[in-house]
Write a protein that binds this ligand. Structure first.
Ligand code: SF4
Length: 194
């Protein structure tokens, strides 16, 4: 039988949990693998292209850092991290304008999870988080509060419960989310019932 401490979630799972809890069930109970939607694939390609740029590597700039903490039950890959002595700055890459006022708390919770990983594994203090729009080359500083860190802890506890007790969560109140969801085939078979 699987033990709670053996379950590792990704930082992205935190955002997905707040999008729809069922996604956790599909990923970790059914272990379902799905193809990314066309929109997601396009975004992933642009993202990989940008990260592979040679000029992104610098003395204090590290890309694609993979971190894992058994204690947190969390792992993740962070796009870019700038390190200055004991301080770190996370640089998250996005394709398209991200206005800080419009950023969902779920996305902020994902960034908070990355900050928690850096602090736990690398022993650095995350001083700031910046979202870089790689299409328009604009930057926005994002403020992560204690509230977002608590969102991470709450999500991890609930996600463990879903997996250990094989709980099939209710769909989100906003069924509009189902239209762009890569797991919709599991919920609906086709789109006619959405
Ligand atoms: S299709 Fe809807 S209910 Fe099903 S996993 Fe996706 S968002 Fe959740």
């Amino acid at each position: 039988m699987i033990a709670a401490e053996d379950i590792m979630f990704t930082c992205e799972d935190i955002r997905q949990f707040y999008y729809c809890k069922r996604i956790v069930y599909y990923r970790y109970v059914l272990k379902a693998r799905v193809q990314p939607t066309y929109k997601m694939k396009k975004g992933q390609d642009k993202h990989s292209e940008y990260v592979s740029r040679e000029d992104l590597q610098g003395k204090n700039l590290f890309k694609g850092i993979r971190l894992e903490s058994q204690e947190l039950g969390l792992r993740g890959e962070i796009d870019l991290v700038q390190i200055d002595a004991n301080d770190a700055k996370i640089i998250e890459l996005k394709h398209g304008k991200v206005k800080k006022r419009n950023m969902f708390d779920s996305h902020k919770a994902q960034l908070a999870a990355q900050a928690m990983l850096i602090e736990k594994v690398m022993g650095l203090k995350v001083k700031s988080i910046e979202v870089l729009d790689i299409v328009n080359n604009s930057r926005n500083e994002i403020r992560i509060t204690e509230y977002h860190r608590e969102m991470v802890s709450k999500a991890l506890n609930e996600m463990r419960k879903i997996v250990l007790e094989e709980i099939f969560p209710d769909p989100p109140e906003n069924r509009g989310k189902c239209i762009d969801c890569e797991y919709r085939r599991f919920c609906y078979g086709d789109l006619s019932d959405i």
